[in-house]
Design a protein around this ligand. Structure first.
Ligand code: MG
Length: 165
C-alpha cells in the first residue's frame, strides 16, 4: 500500500542590485541583479521547501529557518532543502515528483533549466525526470512584470510505502 500526499508552495523575493542570483540551487551568471533575502534568497527552492513541508503536514520554511536567526544569514538554500527533506523523511515521506514554476520578467532562464532540474534531483535523490522547472513571465504585468522581483510556485507529490508482512 502507498500513501500519497500533495503540497503547494509559493515564495516571492524582491530584486536587489549587487546580490548574486540563485534559482533552484544554480547561480545565474551575468544576472544584472540578485534577490534580497536573509539567506541566498533562492525563491524557487524556498517555494519547493514550503510545498514539501505542506504535503507532510509540517509548518513553513520561516518556522524552521527564521530570518531572525543569524545562523541562516546568507544560508545556502540547497542545505535548507536537504534539511526539509530530512524532516519529511522523519515522518516516513519521500519525494515523488516536483513541479516548479518561476515567474520572472528577467533574466531569461531557458539556458539554466536543465542544470536546475539536475541540482534539485541530486539533492532529493530522484531522477531528473521527476523534477520539472518551468520559467514564465507575467507579460509585463504586476511586480514581476515591472522587474521588481521574482515569484516561484511549487507543487509536489510525496509518498509513504507501507511494508506488508
Ligand atoms: Mg524566501
Amino acid at each position: 500500500m502507498t500513501d500519497i500526499r500533495t503540497g503547494f508552495g509559493l515564495d516571492v523575493h524582491r530584486f536587489q542590485p549587487g546580490r548574486e542570483l540563485w534559482l533552484c540551487g544554480v547561480s545565474i551568471p551575468d544576472a544584472p541583479v540578485g534577490l534580497l533575502g536573509h539567506s541566498d534568497a533562492d525563491v524557487a527552492l524556498h517555494a519547493l521547501c514550503d510545498a514539501l513541508l505542506g504535503a507532510a503536514g509540517l509548518r513553513d520554511i520561516g518556522y524552521y529557518f527564521p530570518d531572525t536567526d543569524a545562523a541562516y544569514e546568507g544560508a545556502d538554500s540547497k542545505k535548507l532543502l536537504a534539511r526539509v527533506l530530512e524532516l519529511i523523511d522523519g515522518k516516513g515521506w519521500r519525494l515523488g515528483n516536483a513541479d516548479i514554476t518561476i515567474c520572472a520578467q528577467t533574466p531569461k532562464l531557458a539556458p539554466f533549466i536543465e542544470r536546475m532540474r539536475s541540482c534539485v534531483a541530486a539533492i532529493a535523490g530522484v531522477e531528473t525526470d521527476a523534477v520539472a522547472v518551468k520559467a514564465t513571465t507575467s507579460e509585463h504585468l504586476g511586480f514581476t512584470g515591472r522587474k521588481e522581483g521574482i515569484a516561484a510556485f511549487a507543487n509536489v507529490l510525496i509518498f509513504k510505502k507501507h511494508h506488508e508482512n
